[in-house]
Design a binder for this molecule. Structure first.
Ligand SMILES: C[S@@+](CC[C@H](N)C(=O)[O-])C[C@H]1O[C@@H](n2cnc3c(N)ncnc32)[C@H](O)[C@@H]1O
Length: 576
């Protein structure tokens, strides 16, 4: 299956639905990431790129059917350029010759012209190399193809990666096609040249785009980002960001614009700046928030919060290699007559059963009685019992010893048990990650993380953190530092979980004093899944009562967390 993400909203794209029978054509189009830009966006970017200079030379490195070339050529003509000379000023490249035929037809229909090159853009040498077919350019415009790494493979990937490397950007194997294209295209720019492109919103938010973010900061003297805000266009437009940059030598700050939709772009002329300083490292997801919320988060997180790591480093659960075999229910245990001392007690794989603030011995018994897998095979190395021998036979018949993790350990049937942590950390979630006190003192498998509290940590942490981490600032931190996966799942690897902002020990103690009397009631609410009421109460005590945020400020934090969660979930309801 071809896995390509369409950047444009269906409502705004010039791509019309395919008639029946046009499927192969549509698939080929998707494979090259051929979705064309709405004219309003192309016009705006071309306006910026040409900058009123009648002699400007402009390139669209993947020009498709010339939306940008037309817009640029019109701008040039309007600025006083000679229409007969436009093939010396407007350049387009595309792998798809039929698109170029259509591009030329459209240009000629308006009495315009361009120099079109039918080629893979990565085959074009830059002016710094031998054999460059283009002059040095004043502007690069366009909307690069967005082909995800699973499809962006083989020779094409190799050539694109080395083209990016030639510009000093080392991309990982997870990079989608647009990243290398953007970087290679800028190799054609004059030092004071301009970049005006439609890029996927993941430029700001994904890990593999980190080298591109750093490069933007050091390559250009000024970078402007335009983000679309309007909810009704969100399905698609929220997935793009316009990057408008110029000059060279690096910049400390970006200017950032939030507009409702493409029709508002007109009002951005001229750019009226307000600057943001994006993080040196890591994601720029926070740029998706209004500046007020962003700054408030920084302030609150710096005073009153600490990273989870200060309490204890998040760690991985036991990797069995075959949870279906090693984790077993009470009925399976009885059927195979295995004894409790041949097994370890675990929290069952998955996190659905972890609804409350703690996982108690009573909870363990009730999931055992519900026949969830609460045991993990963990016999002594010298166990020669008949029962174990028979269970191992079952495993052999199922091919368990061939699983990678089993093959590399000796004996294959004894997983490297991780001892019971103080807290569980649910690292894959739709809402946000949670901490759960491991009161049952059971072990766990790798469907969640564990946190072992440091010895010097305050004694209340085990009870207080699970409740007080249910606040809007922590939730916002999870959105900012976690990764968004398909289906809207938020995932935090141990390294990311370690950065999660949770109340610092002083704030924790003060808030715990105020709220601990309500713990049982709030725990019940959580188990009944009315979690928004719990978060509201924790915000009131922690953010307002202890940290002194105003009502509006607390509401801002809650709204910011909500906005990013909704965005991650693709605007599906994230309510109770
Ligand atoms: C997202 S479309 C954008 C087209 C046009 N710039 C626009 O905005 O309407 C991407 C275009 O890139 C072309 N393309 C994909 N890979 C390419 C490559 N390696 N070199 C040149 N063109 C490529 C596709 O044929 C497609 O026309």
């Amino acid at each position: 299956m071809i896995d390509v993400v369409v950047l444009q909203p269906r409502s705004l794209s010039t791509t019309t639905p395919a008639p029946a029978g046009a499927l192969p054509e549509l698939q080929a189009r998707k494979a090259r990431g051929a979705f064309f830009t709405p004219a309003a966006i192309a016009d705006f970017l071309a306006w910026w790129a040409v900058g009123g200079d009648p002699s400007a030379k402009v390139l669209d490195p993947t020009c498709g059917e010339a939306v940008f070339l037309l817009a640029a050529a019109r701008q040039l003509r309007q600025s006083g350029a000679d229409p007969g000379n436009l093939d010396q000023q407007v350049f387009g490249v595309d792998v798809h010759e039929r698109s170029l035929d259509e591009a030329m037809r459209l240009l000629e229909a308006e009495g315009l012209d361009a120099h079109l090159i039918p080629d893979d853009f990565f085959n074009l040498a830059t002016p710094a190399q031998l054999g460059c077919p283009l002059p040095e350019l004043d502007a690069v415009v366009g909307n690069p193809p967005f082909v995800r790494y699973q499809e962006h493979i083989g020779d094409v990937r190799k050539r694109s990666a080395s083209a990016a490397l030639a510009q000093g950007v080392r991309l990982s194997g997870l990079a989608s096609s647009w990243a290398a294209l953007l970087v290679h295209a800028c190799g054609f720019l004059k030092p004071d040249g301009r970049l005006a492109m439609v890029l996927p919103g993941e430029l700001l938010t994904v890990h593999y785009a980190e080298p591109v973010r750093r490069w933007l900061r050091r390559r250009f003297a000024a970078v402007h980002l335009v983000l679309f805000e309007r909810l009704q266009f969100a399905d698609a437009l929220e997935k793009v960001v316009l990057v408008v940059a110029q000059g060279s030598g690096g910049c400390d700050a970006f200017s950032l614009y939030h507009v409702d939709d493409a029709s508002d772009l007109r009002d951005l002329r001229p750019f009226d700046h307000f600057n943001v300083t994006p993080a040196d490292e890591g994601k720029w997801t926070d740029l998706l928030l209004p500046i007020r919320q962003r700054q408030l988060f920084k302030r609150v997180a710096a005073h009153g919060f600490a990273s989870l790591d200060e309490y204890g480093a998040p760690e991985l659960g036991t990797v069995t290699g075959a949870n279906g075999y090693f984790a077993m229910s009470e009925s399976t245990r009885q059927e195979h007559r295995l004894q409790p001392d041949q097994l370890a007690r675990i929290s069952p794989p998955g996190t659905k059963h972890l609804r409350g603030l703690s996982f108690t011995a009573k909870d363990w018994s009730s999931v055992r009685d519900a026949d969830l897998p609460v045991w993990m095979l963990y016999p002594r190395v010298d166990d020669c019992s008949y029962e174990l021998g028979r269970y191992l036979q079952v495993g052999r018949r199922l091919g368990v010893p061939d699983a990678y993790k089993c093959r590399i350990r000796d004996p294959w049937w004894r997983p490297p048990l991780v001892s019971p942590p103080d807290l569980f950390f649910t690292y894959m979630s739709h809402r946000y990650p949670r901490l759960i006190a491991n009161s049952a003192r059971v072990s766990f498998v790798n469907s969640m993380h564990g946190v072992r509290l440091r010895r010097e940590t305050t004694a209340i942490a085990k009870s207080a953190l699970p409740l007080l981490a249910l606040n809007s600032v922590t939730m916002l931190g999870a959105e900012l530092y976690g990764r968004s996966y398909g289906g809207g799942v938020l995932k935090m690897e141990p390294r990311e979980a370690a950065r999660l902002p949770v109340p610092d020990p002083r704030t924790l103690s003060a808030a715990w004093r105020l709220i601990k009397g309500e713990r049982a009631r709030l725990d019940r609410q959580l188990r009944e899944r009315t979690w928004t009421a719990v978060v509201a109460r924790v915000d009131e005590v922690l953010l307002r009562g202890v940290l002194g945020l105003t009502r509006d400020e607390a509401a801002d934090m809650s709204e910011a967390a909500h906005t990013l969660r909704q965005r991650r979930l693709g605007r599906e309801s994230a309510g109770d």
